[in-house]
Design a protein. Structure first.
Length: 143
């Protein structure tokens, strides 16, 4: 026997006044959805229809100097869990900070370099070795 479909709550069944009061009182969006049996999009539609300004999503911010230390520790090859413990943040925060940093600070590779890397990979040369060989080649060519 298949499970019963989840009953949808009709908009008329929701006490909109209480929902709005709870939202303005600071109850989390997740708790409102659970309490009133509405989905996130319906909750936001109710708020928009009643001209209630949305709260800014707040997540704890990690100070810039701490982010720099996290990136330095990560670049040094330290374990994410150890970095998180040292700086008092979650492991996902460490991953997010490192990912954001490396996404914006990795050099953009030229087409010719990408072709050389692919050829090296196809021929069995490890990518890191191919990059090192390229940098050595550039150093020799520059002299």
């Amino acid at each position: 026997m298949s499970p019963r479909p989840r009953a949808r709550v009709r908009l008329l069944d929701v006490d909109i006044g209480a929902l709005l009061a709870d939202y303005e009182g600071g109850v989390t969006v997740k708790m409102l959805c659970h309490t009133y049996g509405v989905g996130l999009s319906r909750l936001y539609r109710i708020l928009d229809d009643n001209h209630v300004p949305r709260r800014k999503q707040s997540r704890p911010r990690v100070a810039l100097d701490v982010q720099r230390k996290i990136v330095a520790d990560y670049a040094a090859g330290e374990a994410i869990a150890r970095i998180a413990d040292r700086h008092g943040v979650s492991t996902s925060a460490v991953s997010d900070i490192a990912r954001r940093y490396w996404r914006h600070h990795q050099p953009v590779r030229e087409r010719d370099e990408l072709i050389r890397l692919v050829v090296a990979w196809v021929m069995g040369t490890r990518l890191r070795e191919a990059i090192i060989l390229r940098s050595e080649w550039e150093a020799q060519a520059g002299q």
